[in-house]
Design a protein around this ligand. Structure first.
Ligand code: NAD
Ligand code: GLY
Length: 393
């Protein structure tokens, strides 16, 4: 599936030599393109990118940016980014938001709008998201809606954001009745994934990002899955070369899917493997108790177990997936929330169509598909048995 994707030839791999701030260090930056016609944009991956204003300035419509970050990431990286931009003649205004998924809501969004209006941000003012997926989703949605749309740039600082949320243009906020239910498609002008920022990321957050990395292998890239099985400990040890490779392969997979199906009319739904169950776990356990990536890992195991019960993959395949999650220090079984709780939360899902739930299942390792044809009894049995440790490795 990977090699035959018609979009593959539109993804340019352009290794380039560049220099980080440290003059003694020469680094290799990997660049690929999300091919969306006139809205195409580059993703740069590698160390030292925060120190390179030249990767940002060509994408600005005016020398003025608003940098949105949070109280955790701001103290670590805001001064550095502001410093290089100001030195390049760009006026910067920071907005520092509270940290946490619970702040991905209307109130926080309004704080961004208040500041933009108070400082008379214009249509050509670019918003820069400096942080993880929460900051990226909030800032992207603010950019999509402020004055009916202003440019924005993603500077993701978590592994999850570097491999998933910063790419593809899904932006939005949570509603008390459902996660990510309010939002817009709005593509960034450029994505800068500075792998150096991962050095300050807590171990648990690094593992959560690996859940989304493993997802790409499971849904469409068996060679990458096999590479992950051989290299997962290098990623946990933050081996820079391994991380850059994994981020590049993840973004390449995502870029191919997004280029083929930007608005999720078809194959983009495959990127949600484990997410319907995962969102139910996040909501059912109380937002913030399970990280998004942890819930996705557990949800992926439920999807795998359901695929096994449908006669698609083997029990050995499920154990193989669970083993990779275990090695990545991710959950190897889903919480026993009860069938009713799962079903109630899963009913509020963007993949529900005509009142019917649609599932992303595995036909085999490296190939996923979407179906609504899951017998109710089988789903219920899986939700009561598969969440009690049957897939525990
Ligand atoms: P997050 O944004 O909450 O970041 C996790 C934690 O790490 C936060 O406390 C953050 O402040 C901190 N942090 C970020 N960078 C750091 C760094 N370099 N060093 C130290 N700490 C750092 O969570 P996340 O996992 O990045 O993103 C999850 C969010 O992304 C969810 O809201 C999810 O819905 C969304 N998401 C969106 C998409 C999409 O396509 N738009 C895809 C996947 C997930
Ligand atoms: N994270 C799923 C998507 O971008 O479609």
């Amino acid at each position: 599936m990977l090699g035959s994707n018609a979009c593959a030839d539109r993804i340019a791999r352009q290794p380039l030599q560049s220099r980080g701030d440290d003059a003694n260090r020469t680094t290799t930056v990997q660049t690929l393109t999300v091919a969306l016609g006139e809205r195409s944009y580059p993703i740069h991956i590698g160390p030292g990118l925060l120190g390179q204003a030249a990767l940002i300035t060509p994408h600005l419509a005016q020398p003025r940016v608003v940098i949105v970050t949070n109280t955790t990431v701001g103290p670590l990286y805001l001064d550095r980014l502001r410093g290089v931009l100001e030195a390049a003649g760009v006026q910067t205004l920071p907005i520092v938001l509270p940290d946490g998924e619970q702040y991905k809501n209307w109130e926080t969004l309004n704080r961004i709008f208040d500041t933009l209006l108070e400082h008379r941000a214009e249509r050509k003012t670019t918003l820069i998201a400096l942080g993880g997926g929460v900051i990226g989703d909030l800032t992207g949605f603010a950019a999509a809606t402020y004055q009916r749309g202003v440019p924005f740039i993603q500077v993701p600082t978590t592994l999850l954001a570097q491999v998933d949320s910063s790419v593809g243009g899904k932006t939005g906020i949570n509603h008390p009745l459902g996660k990510n239910m309010i939002g817009a498609f709005w593509q960034p002008r450029v994505v800068l994934a500075d792998t150096d920022t991962l050095n300050t990321l807590p171990d648990r957050e690094l593992s959560a990002g690996l859940a989304e990395v493993i997802k790409y292998g499971l849904i469409r890239d068996l060679p990458f899955l096999e590479w992950l099985e051989a290299n997962i400990e290098r990623l946990l040890a933050r081996d820079a070369q391994a991380l850059t490779y994994a981020i590049y392969q993840s973004c390449r997979n995502k870029a191919e899917v997004v280029a083929a199906d930007e608005r999720e009319r078809g194959q983009r739904a495959l990127l949600n493997l484990g997410h319907t169950f995962g969102h139910a776990i996040e909501a059912g356990m109380g937002y913030g108790n399970w990280l998004h990536g942890e819930a996705v890992a557990a949800g992926t195991l439920l999807a795998a177990d359901l695929s096994r019960r449908m006669g698609l993959i083997s029990a050995d395949d499920v154990v193989r997936i669970a083993d990779l999650f275990r090695r990545a220090k991710l959950p190897t079984h889903a919480p026993a929330l009860g069938v009713e709780t799962y079903l109630a939360h899963m009913g509020v899902d963007k993949k529900v169509e005509g009142g019917r739930l649609r599932f992303v299942l595995l036909r085999r390792l490296g190939e996923a598909f979407v179906t609504a044809e899951v017998p109710e009894a089988l789903l219920q049995a899986m939700l009561s048995e598969g969440t009690t440790g049957l897939v525990r490795s």
